[in-house]
Design a protein around this ligand. Sequence first.
Ligand code: ZN
Length: 59
Amino acid sequence: MEKQEVIGTQDDTVACDGGSISGHPKVYLSIDIDDGYVICPYCSRCYTLSNKPEALEER
Ligand SMILES: [Zn+2]
């Protein structure tokens, strides 16, 4: 697997366009409240709720 970008957010809905490296059409992703994160199906970025620090510490 490619290295995974982890991006903290305080919103439970994020917009992802892949950034400059692996750009893709902008999509809106809803973070699963139970899991505390969502993974973009296009670029595999992981968005985590930043009020859940344990999710960030896992790596
Ligand atoms: Zn993406």
